[in-house]
Design a protein. Structure first.
Length: 68
């Protein structure tokens, strides 16, 4: 989770995180959705750790819940 995100290594990083079982299923789904959203919305993900990305995803989810 301390690895820094890079488009070039994302697939290998996510496989390694999965093997290390650092995330529960909900966190894994949330991070995957946020990574996709980040690409679509051109969010600055490069250079952030996967821990930071997961925290951003949790904040984004909370913001969305608060809006509804």
């Amino acid at each position: 989770m301390d690895r820094k995100y890079s488009d070039a290594t994302m697939e290998q990083d996510l496989k390694a995180i999965g093997k290390e079982q650092k995330l529960n299923d909900d966190e894994a789904k949330l991070m995957a959705a946020y990574l996709i959203l980040g690409k679509i919305q051109h969010k600055p993900l490069e250079g952030k750790t996967y821990t930071q990305i997961l925290e951003d995803a949790k904040k984004y989810r909370e913001d969305q819940i608060d809006r509804n």
